[in-house]
Design a binder for this molecule. Sequence first.
Ligand code: NAD
Ligand code: LMR
Length: 333
Amino acid sequence: MPEPIRVIVTGAAGQIAYSLIYQLAKGDVFGADQPLYLHLLDIPPMMGVLEGVVMEITDCALPLVKGVVATADLAVAFKDVDAAFMVGSMPRKQGMERKDLLSANVKIFKEQGEALDKYAKKTVKVLVVGNPANTNALMCAKYAPSIPKKNFSAMTRLDHNRAQAALAQKLGVGVADVQNVIIWGNHSSTQFPDVAHASVLINGSKKSVSDAINDKDYLQGDFVKMVQTRGAAVIAARKMSSAMSAAKAAGDHMKDWWFGTAPGQHVSMAVISDGSYGVAADIMFSFPVSIKPGGEYQIVQGLPVSDFARKMLDITAEELLEEKKDALSLCQD
Ligand code: NAD
Ligand code: LMR
């Protein structure tokens, strides 16, 4: 058995955490033989609810769980963590855009970035889920200067999974038969779900998704709109934001980051931009990444960018630059 690792979930008394913690605790993310300590952080008024979550973890009788640390104290919560799921923050309500949450949430990520800097392992892998996820992740990284920026990411995997599942439904194939969709940019309604480099396995032979669907108007129109607005559609139906699918996506993101992607496959992750594809540097931008076993990601290079894609990339990058400006000013207050 490997040595136990320490995994923090913030917002641990909330909706997403309720699905996520079980996946972590039963070995779906870090492996079926990887023991772990769960660090669960929430705010003081939620300690009673968190106690109930801890009772349930105990009652699951899961052999990989070596201990649970449930706390509202940042120093205790972030101590020596190897992986961080940064979920704790306010979700949006119907009619809001995710960036409307910036003023409510960004300071949480500033403060918790400082705590990561002080208490976490320098090798920690940080996944920001709380919205607006890209810009919160940027601020979290900024306030943790002793941890490499490449250790911070924001979640666009839910959008990636939504795109993959929608294409599989349209083509009448299994989800695993659709590969290499890309979410570019912000986890917001300006994101660009791109199928230009995606493939599908139909009756044993591999085709490009664009050829298999052969409907440019759909792929650049309704499909893009559906993925961009899927979060809002879930809120309208459920009266609460997505939780089960968000937790699944967080697990997928971290699992691929921890273990690596299969050869020839890429996934979407918002990471610090190095200027690839003409995107402004120093924003958290979702790119296609391939990940080596052991966790080093690389932005996939050299994909052709059409005029349509260029326009879409520029729109979402522009939004991220604006969010960055607002976040920097909020964090200075
Ligand atoms: P929720 O309200 O059910 O839970 C949030 C939890 O965070 C609550 O228990 C709350 O007490 C806690 N919290 C608030 N401030 C905190 C702080 N400073 N420190 C620690 N905990 C704190 O919300 P949820 O449905 O779990 O969603 C959480 C966040 O995830 C929201 O911002 C939501 O918009 C976002 N989200 C992102 C994606 C994505 O794809 N990136 C998907 C779904 C939801
Ligand atoms: C989602 O995409 O479902 C989440 O970001 C929640 C939201 O506000 O849409």
